[in-house]
Design a protein around this ligand. Structure first.
Ligand code: KDG
Length: 345
Protein backbone atom coordinates (compact mmCIF):
# COMPACT_ATOMS: atom_id res chain seq x y z
CA UNK A 1 0.00 0.00 0.00
CA UNK A 2 2.80 2.41 1.04
CA UNK A 3 4.68 1.63 -2.18
CA UNK A 4 1.52 2.40 -4.13
CA UNK A 5 1.10 5.83 -2.43
CA UNK A 6 4.78 6.67 -3.09
CA UNK A 7 4.36 5.66 -6.75
CA UNK A 8 1.24 7.85 -7.12
CA UNK A 9 3.03 10.77 -5.42
CA UNK A 10 6.02 10.40 -7.74
CA UNK A 11 3.73 10.30 -10.79
CA UNK A 12 1.95 13.51 -9.67
CA UNK A 13 5.32 15.22 -9.12
CA UNK A 14 6.52 14.11 -12.55
CA UNK A 15 3.36 15.47 -14.23
CA UNK A 16 3.84 18.76 -12.33
CA UNK A 17 7.44 19.02 -13.49
CA UNK A 18 6.50 18.24 -17.08
CA UNK A 19 3.74 20.87 -17.04
CA UNK A 20 6.12 23.48 -15.62
CA UNK A 21 8.67 22.59 -18.29
CA UNK A 22 6.05 22.96 -21.03
CA UNK A 23 4.95 26.33 -19.70
CA UNK A 24 1.69 24.78 -18.55
CA UNK A 25 -0.92 26.30 -16.24
CA UNK A 26 1.48 26.51 -13.28
CA UNK A 27 3.43 29.26 -14.99
CA UNK A 28 0.68 31.88 -14.86
CA UNK A 29 2.16 35.37 -14.91
CA UNK A 30 5.71 33.89 -14.98
CA UNK A 31 7.12 36.31 -12.40
CA UNK A 32 10.86 36.47 -11.69
CA UNK A 33 12.62 33.20 -10.98
CA UNK A 34 14.74 32.92 -7.84
CA UNK A 35 17.82 34.33 -9.62
CA UNK A 36 15.93 37.53 -10.56
CA UNK A 37 15.64 36.71 -14.27
CA UNK A 38 12.42 36.64 -16.28
CA UNK A 39 11.38 34.35 -19.09
CA UNK A 40 9.11 35.49 -21.92
CA UNK A 41 7.44 32.60 -23.69
CA UNK A 42 6.66 34.19 -27.06
CA UNK A 43 4.24 32.61 -29.55
CA UNK A 44 3.73 33.77 -33.13
CA UNK A 45 1.00 32.58 -35.52
CA UNK A 46 3.15 33.71 -38.46
CA UNK A 47 5.31 31.57 -40.74
CA UNK A 48 9.05 32.09 -40.32
CA UNK A 49 9.18 33.50 -43.87
CA UNK A 50 7.01 36.50 -42.84
CA UNK A 51 8.66 39.80 -41.79
CA UNK A 52 6.83 39.44 -38.45
CA UNK A 53 9.28 36.62 -37.72
CA UNK A 54 12.26 38.95 -38.33
CA UNK A 55 10.52 41.46 -36.09
CA UNK A 56 10.36 38.95 -33.25
CA UNK A 57 13.99 37.91 -33.72
CA UNK A 58 14.89 41.61 -33.46
CA UNK A 59 12.67 41.94 -30.37
CA UNK A 60 14.42 38.99 -28.72
CA UNK A 61 17.86 40.39 -29.52
CA UNK A 62 16.98 43.87 -28.21
CA UNK A 63 15.26 42.72 -25.03
CA UNK A 64 17.97 40.27 -24.03
CA UNK A 65 20.72 42.84 -24.71
CA UNK A 66 19.03 45.88 -23.14
CA UNK A 67 17.96 43.95 -20.03
CA UNK A 68 21.55 42.74 -19.59
CA UNK A 69 20.34 39.18 -19.76
CA UNK A 70 17.68 39.66 -17.05
CA UNK A 71 14.97 38.81 -19.59
CA UNK A 72 15.24 35.69 -21.72
CA UNK A 73 12.93 35.18 -24.69
CA UNK A 74 11.88 31.68 -25.65
CA UNK A 75 10.40 32.08 -29.11
CA UNK A 76 7.93 29.74 -30.88
CA UNK A 77 7.10 30.78 -34.50
CA UNK A 78 4.99 28.97 -37.15
CA UNK A 79 1.82 28.77 -35.03
CA UNK A 80 3.26 25.86 -33.02
CA UNK A 81 1.58 27.27 -29.90
CA UNK A 82 -1.68 28.03 -31.79
CA UNK A 83 -3.32 30.64 -34.00
CA UNK A 84 -4.63 34.09 -33.12
CA UNK A 85 -7.50 32.96 -30.89
CA UNK A 86 -5.65 30.19 -29.03
CA UNK A 87 -2.66 32.44 -28.43
CA UNK A 88 -4.82 35.32 -27.18
CA UNK A 89 -6.53 32.97 -24.71
CA UNK A 90 -3.17 31.53 -23.64
CA UNK A 91 -1.81 35.04 -23.02
CA UNK A 92 -4.90 35.84 -20.95
CA UNK A 93 -4.26 32.73 -18.84
CA UNK A 94 -0.51 33.28 -18.71
CA UNK A 95 0.45 29.93 -20.25
CA UNK A 96 2.02 31.98 -23.07
CA UNK A 97 3.58 35.31 -22.06
CA UNK A 98 3.46 37.26 -25.30
CA UNK A 99 2.09 37.01 -28.84
CA UNK A 100 0.95 38.79 -31.97
CA UNK A 101 -2.49 38.75 -33.58
CA UNK A 102 -4.35 40.56 -36.30
CA UNK A 103 -6.56 43.10 -34.55
CA UNK A 104 -9.73 41.69 -36.18
CA UNK A 105 -10.07 38.50 -34.08
CA UNK A 106 -9.18 40.56 -30.99
CA UNK A 107 -12.54 42.35 -31.43
CA UNK A 108 -14.06 39.12 -30.03
CA UNK A 109 -12.23 39.93 -26.77
CA UNK A 110 -12.67 43.72 -26.77
CA UNK A 111 -15.21 45.21 -29.16
CA UNK A 112 -13.41 48.55 -29.48
CA UNK A 113 -11.05 46.69 -31.83
CA UNK A 114 -13.79 46.65 -34.48
CA UNK A 115 -12.64 50.19 -35.06
CA UNK A 116 -9.83 49.11 -37.38
CA UNK A 117 -12.15 46.83 -39.38
CA UNK A 118 -13.93 49.71 -41.10
CA UNK A 119 -13.29 49.17 -44.82
CA UNK A 120 -11.51 51.85 -46.84
CA UNK A 121 -10.72 53.79 -43.65
CA UNK A 122 -7.00 54.52 -43.99
CA UNK A 123 -5.90 56.16 -47.27
CA UNK A 124 -2.29 55.00 -46.83
CA UNK A 125 -0.09 53.18 -44.32
CA UNK A 126 1.55 56.38 -43.00
CA UNK A 127 -1.86 57.63 -41.83
CA UNK A 128 -2.51 54.24 -40.25
CA UNK A 129 0.81 54.42 -38.34
CA UNK A 130 0.01 57.89 -37.00
CA UNK A 131 -3.42 56.82 -35.75
CA UNK A 132 -2.17 53.52 -34.33
CA UNK A 133 0.78 55.11 -32.55
CA UNK A 134 -1.38 58.03 -31.33
CA UNK A 135 -4.12 58.45 -28.69
CA UNK A 136 -6.75 56.27 -30.43
CA UNK A 137 -4.34 53.36 -30.82
CA UNK A 138 -3.23 53.74 -27.19
CA UNK A 139 -6.83 53.82 -25.92
CA UNK A 140 -7.49 50.46 -27.56
CA UNK A 141 -4.30 48.98 -26.10
CA UNK A 142 -5.40 50.21 -22.65
CA UNK A 143 -8.85 48.68 -23.12
CA UNK A 144 -7.21 45.24 -23.21
CA UNK A 145 -6.23 45.47 -19.56
CA UNK A 146 -9.76 44.46 -18.47
CA UNK A 147 -9.07 41.19 -20.35
CA UNK A 148 -5.87 40.50 -18.39
CA UNK A 149 -3.79 41.65 -21.36
CA UNK A 150 -1.18 44.39 -21.66
CA UNK A 151 -1.32 45.85 -25.19
CA UNK A 152 2.26 46.67 -26.16
CA UNK A 153 1.96 48.19 -29.63
CA UNK A 154 1.15 47.72 -33.28
CA UNK A 155 3.10 46.18 -36.11
CA UNK A 156 2.11 45.82 -39.76
CA UNK A 157 -0.11 43.15 -41.23
CA UNK A 158 -1.17 45.49 -44.03
CA UNK A 159 -3.70 46.42 -46.68
CA UNK A 160 -5.72 43.38 -47.64
CA UNK A 161 -6.28 42.13 -51.21
CA UNK A 162 -8.65 39.56 -52.67
CA UNK A 163 -7.49 36.28 -54.22
CA UNK A 164 -9.72 33.58 -55.66
CA UNK A 165 -9.86 30.68 -58.08
CA UNK A 166 -13.21 31.45 -59.76
CA UNK A 167 -12.86 34.65 -61.79
CA UNK A 168 -11.06 37.99 -61.98
CA UNK A 169 -12.57 40.55 -59.60
CA UNK A 170 -12.58 43.84 -61.50
CA UNK A 171 -15.80 45.39 -60.26
CA UNK A 172 -18.29 45.19 -57.41
CA UNK A 173 -20.62 42.81 -59.30
CA UNK A 174 -17.82 40.23 -59.69
CA UNK A 175 -18.02 39.53 -55.97
CA UNK A 176 -21.58 38.19 -56.27
CA UNK A 177 -21.86 34.79 -54.56
CA UNK A 178 -18.08 34.36 -54.22
CA UNK A 179 -17.37 32.02 -51.30
CA UNK A 180 -14.78 34.07 -49.50
CA UNK A 181 -12.95 33.08 -46.34
CA UNK A 182 -13.01 35.93 -43.82
CA UNK A 183 -11.48 36.38 -40.42
CA UNK A 184 -13.69 35.51 -37.47
CA UNK A 185 -15.04 39.04 -37.11
CA UNK A 186 -18.68 40.19 -37.35
CA UNK A 187 -17.89 43.46 -39.06
CA UNK A 188 -15.90 41.77 -41.84
CA UNK A 189 -18.69 39.23 -42.33
CA UNK A 190 -21.32 42.00 -42.55
CA UNK A 191 -19.17 43.99 -45.01
CA UNK A 192 -18.66 41.07 -47.40
CA UNK A 193 -22.38 40.19 -47.29
CA UNK A 194 -23.17 43.81 -48.09
CA UNK A 195 -20.85 43.59 -51.11
CA UNK A 196 -22.68 40.49 -52.38
CA UNK A 197 -20.07 37.85 -51.50
CA UNK A 198 -20.70 34.73 -49.46
CA UNK A 199 -18.38 35.19 -46.44
CA UNK A 200 -17.15 32.08 -44.63
CA UNK A 201 -15.37 32.83 -41.34
CA UNK A 202 -12.51 30.44 -40.69
CA UNK A 203 -9.33 30.27 -38.61
CA UNK A 204 -6.22 31.23 -40.54
CA UNK A 205 -4.59 27.84 -39.88
CA UNK A 206 -7.32 26.06 -41.89
CA UNK A 207 -7.16 28.39 -44.85
CA UNK A 208 -4.55 26.83 -47.14
CA UNK A 209 -6.29 23.45 -47.15
CA UNK A 210 -9.71 25.10 -47.62
CA UNK A 211 -8.42 26.93 -50.71
CA UNK A 212 -6.67 23.82 -52.02
CA UNK A 213 -9.73 21.64 -51.61
CA UNK A 214 -12.12 24.29 -52.92
CA UNK A 215 -14.09 24.53 -49.66
CA UNK A 216 -13.89 28.28 -50.30
CA UNK A 217 -13.28 30.09 -53.61
CA UNK A 218 -11.04 32.76 -52.22
CA UNK A 219 -9.71 34.78 -49.34
CA UNK A 220 -8.33 38.25 -48.63
CA UNK A 221 -5.00 39.07 -47.01
CA UNK A 222 -1.98 41.34 -47.37
CA UNK A 223 0.68 40.33 -49.92
CA UNK A 224 3.17 39.31 -47.22
CA UNK A 225 0.76 36.65 -45.89
CA UNK A 226 -0.34 35.54 -49.37
CA UNK A 227 3.32 34.80 -50.08
CA UNK A 228 4.55 33.52 -46.69
CA UNK A 229 1.62 31.09 -46.44
CA UNK A 230 1.79 30.21 -50.15
CA UNK A 231 -1.86 30.96 -50.91
CA UNK A 232 -0.77 32.03 -54.43
CA UNK A 233 0.00 28.37 -55.16
CA UNK A 234 -3.69 27.48 -54.88
CA UNK A 235 -5.30 30.65 -56.30
CA UNK A 236 -5.64 31.94 -59.88
CA UNK A 237 -6.58 35.64 -59.49
CA UNK A 238 -5.41 38.48 -57.30
CA UNK A 239 -7.15 41.85 -57.09
CA UNK A 240 -5.19 44.64 -55.47
CA UNK A 241 -8.18 46.05 -53.62
CA UNK A 242 -6.54 47.34 -50.43
CA UNK A 243 -10.07 47.31 -48.98
CA UNK A 244 -9.01 47.38 -45.35
CA UNK A 245 -5.81 47.92 -43.39
CA UNK A 246 -5.31 45.34 -40.65
CA UNK A 247 -2.69 46.02 -37.98
CA UNK A 248 -1.03 43.38 -35.86
CA UNK A 249 -1.34 43.99 -32.12
CA UNK A 250 1.42 42.78 -29.79
CA UNK A 251 0.03 41.52 -26.48
CA UNK A 252 1.48 40.34 -23.17
CA UNK A 253 0.05 38.70 -20.07
CA UNK A 254 -0.79 41.68 -17.85
CA UNK A 255 0.29 40.05 -14.57
CA UNK A 256 3.66 39.27 -16.12
CA UNK A 257 4.12 42.82 -17.39
CA UNK A 258 3.06 44.27 -14.01
CA UNK A 259 5.52 41.97 -12.22
CA UNK A 260 8.49 43.45 -14.13
CA UNK A 261 10.44 46.26 -12.45
CA UNK A 262 9.75 49.59 -14.16
CA UNK A 263 13.07 49.72 -16.01
CA UNK A 264 12.45 46.28 -17.54
CA UNK A 265 8.89 47.26 -18.49
CA UNK A 266 10.43 50.13 -20.44
CA UNK A 267 12.96 47.78 -22.07
CA UNK A 268 10.05 45.62 -23.33
CA UNK A 269 8.04 48.62 -24.59
CA UNK A 270 11.05 50.13 -26.36
CA UNK A 271 11.99 46.80 -27.96
CA UNK A 272 8.42 46.31 -29.27
CA UNK A 273 8.54 49.80 -30.78
CA UNK A 274 11.99 49.46 -32.32
CA UNK A 275 11.38 45.95 -33.66
CA UNK A 276 8.03 47.20 -34.98
CA UNK A 277 9.67 49.97 -37.00
CA UNK A 278 12.06 47.39 -38.42
CA UNK A 279 9.18 45.03 -39.26
CA UNK A 280 7.07 47.77 -40.89
CA UNK A 281 10.03 48.71 -43.12
CA UNK A 282 10.65 45.10 -44.12
CA UNK A 283 7.03 44.69 -45.20
CA UNK A 284 7.29 47.80 -47.37
CA UNK A 285 10.64 46.77 -48.87
CA UNK A 286 9.40 43.28 -49.76
CA UNK A 287 6.12 44.37 -51.34
CA UNK A 288 7.25 44.52 -54.99
CA UNK A 289 9.15 41.23 -54.67
CA UNK A 290 6.05 39.61 -53.19
CA UNK A 291 4.01 40.77 -56.16
CA UNK A 292 6.64 39.29 -58.51
CA UNK A 293 6.48 35.93 -56.72
CA UNK A 294 2.70 35.90 -57.15
CA UNK A 295 2.81 36.91 -60.84
CA UNK A 296 5.60 34.45 -61.63
CA UNK A 297 3.46 31.66 -60.23
CA UNK A 298 0.93 32.41 -62.99
CA UNK A 299 -1.63 34.30 -60.89
CA UNK A 300 -3.47 37.00 -62.91
CA UNK A 301 -3.20 40.33 -61.12
CA UNK A 302 -5.68 43.25 -61.34
CA UNK A 303 -5.64 46.66 -59.73
CA UNK A 304 -9.10 47.65 -58.49
CA UNK A 305 -9.85 51.05 -60.08
CA UNK A 306 -10.64 54.02 -57.84
CA UNK A 307 -14.22 54.27 -59.20
CA UNK A 308 -14.89 50.69 -58.11
CA UNK A 309 -13.45 51.37 -54.64
CA UNK A 310 -15.79 54.37 -54.41
CA UNK A 311 -18.76 52.22 -55.46
CA UNK A 312 -17.88 49.64 -52.82
CA UNK A 313 -17.49 52.33 -50.17
CA UNK A 314 -20.95 53.67 -51.05
CA UNK A 315 -22.44 50.19 -50.93
CA UNK A 316 -20.94 49.73 -47.45
CA UNK A 317 -22.82 52.70 -45.91
CA UNK A 318 -25.14 50.47 -43.80
CA UNK A 319 -22.09 48.71 -42.38
CA UNK A 320 -20.47 52.02 -41.35
CA UNK A 321 -23.79 52.98 -39.75
CA UNK A 322 -23.90 49.84 -37.62
CA UNK A 323 -20.20 50.03 -36.66
CA UNK A 324 -20.82 52.67 -33.96
CA UNK A 325 -23.19 50.29 -32.13
CA UNK A 326 -20.86 47.32 -32.53
CA UNK A 327 -17.95 49.28 -31.11
CA UNK A 328 -20.21 50.66 -28.38
CA UNK A 329 -18.39 54.01 -28.35
CA UNK A 330 -19.63 56.41 -31.08
CA UNK A 331 -17.28 59.13 -29.76
CA UNK A 332 -14.30 56.90 -30.45
CA UNK A 333 -15.47 56.42 -34.04
CA UNK A 334 -15.74 60.23 -34.42
CA UNK A 335 -12.26 60.68 -32.91
CA UNK A 336 -10.85 58.10 -35.31
CA UNK A 337 -12.44 59.68 -38.38
CA UNK A 338 -11.19 63.13 -37.27
CA UNK A 339 -7.64 61.79 -36.80
CA UNK A 340 -7.66 60.06 -40.18
CA UNK A 341 -8.75 63.32 -41.80
CA UNK A 342 -6.12 65.32 -39.93
CA UNK A 343 -3.22 63.03 -40.79
CA UNK A 344 -4.15 62.27 -44.36
CA UNK A 345 -4.02 65.96 -45.40
O1 KDG B 1 -0.61 34.09 -38.91
C1 KDG B 1 -1.48 34.99 -39.43
C2 KDG B 1 -2.51 35.36 -38.44
O2 KDG B 1 -1.94 36.14 -37.47
C3 KDG B 1 -3.75 36.06 -38.96
O3 KDG B 1 -4.16 37.06 -38.09
C4 KDG B 1 -3.58 36.68 -40.30
O4 KDG B 1 -4.82 38.43 -41.19
C5 KDG B 1 -4.81 37.27 -40.88
C6 KDG B 1 -5.97 36.40 -41.18
O5 KDG B 1 -6.45 36.53 -42.29
O6 KDG B 1 -6.40 35.59 -40.36
Amino acid sequence: MRKKIIAIGATIMLIGLLLAGCGGGGETGSQASTDGTYKIKLGSPLADSHPGHDGFLKFKELVEKESNGKIKVEYFPNAVLGGDRELTEAVQMGTVTMMLSSTSPVANFDKSFYLFDLPFLFPDRETAYKVLDGPVGQKLLDNLSSQGIKGLGYWENGFRNITNSKRPIKKLEDLEGLKLRTMENKLHIAAWKQLGANPTPMAFGELFTALQQGTVDGQENPLALIVSNKFYEVQDYLTLSGHVYTPFVIMMNKDFFDSLPQDLQQVVLDAVKQAGEYQRNLIKEQESDNLKVIKNAGVEVYELPKEEKDRMRKQLKPVYDMAGDMIGDPQLVDQLVAEVEKYSK
